[in-house]
Design a protein around this ligand. Sequence first.
Ligand SMILES: Cc1cc2nc3c(=O)[nH]c(=O)nc-3n(C[C@H](O)[C@H](O)[C@H](O)COP(=O)(O)OP(=O)(O)OC[C@H]3O[C@@H](n4cnc5c(N)ncnc54)[C@H](O)[C@@H]3O)c2cc1C
Length: 148
Amino acid sequence: MILFRGPPGLISRMVLNKDQYIIPRRDGHVLAGSSLENVGFDKSTTEAAAQTFHAAAARLVPALADLPIEKHWAGLRPGSPQGIPYIGPHPEVEGLFVNAGHYRNGVVMSIGACRLLTDLIMGQSPICDPSPYRIDRGDFPVRRNNAN
Ligand SMILES: Cc1cc2nc3c(=O)[nH]c(=O)nc-3n(C[C@H](O)[C@H](O)[C@H](O)COP(=O)(O)OP(=O)(O)OC[C@H]3O[C@@H](n4cnc5c(N)ncnc54)[C@H](O)[C@@H]3O)c2cc1C
């Protein structure tokens, strides 16, 4: 991701093009992203990537070409092996509930995922069938600290 600082009102709406997006903020900041790499927990960034984003953003919205980059960062999108998030009680640790592995869609899914998790915690009739999201033994192994 890169963040530009521009004058408020420079861009009035979001611009989407395939995997690329430009998101203006009211205070003039403009967010541009994003790319995707399978690199484990590595959140480091490169100057080359920043320049690539800068050029791509300027192609979409030429007014961005001369704006400085205020911030450049990478975030994690933790997923699951099957591409289905884990939502529900941990099979080994009583009272522990998991809501994880949403990959690229955690924001979009948050309302439904949290509603399902709340239903399961409260013992209410769940909003949908929870079985596809179940956590099986071994999915989240427990490391026990036996040192006293
Ligand atoms: C660049 C980018 C763009 C994205 N765009 C979208 C989008 O447009 N729409 C969408 O739906 N999703 C999007 N996502 C995905 C979305 O951000 C994630 O699916 C969502 O944030 C996952 O939520 P989470 O709570 O599981 O994990 P996170 O949001 O990653 O939260 C995990 C939290 O745990 C904390 N933490 C980690 N380790 C520890 C520790 N040891 N102790 C204490 N705290 C810890 C972290 O600091 C963090 O606050 C995007 C992600 C990225 C990186």
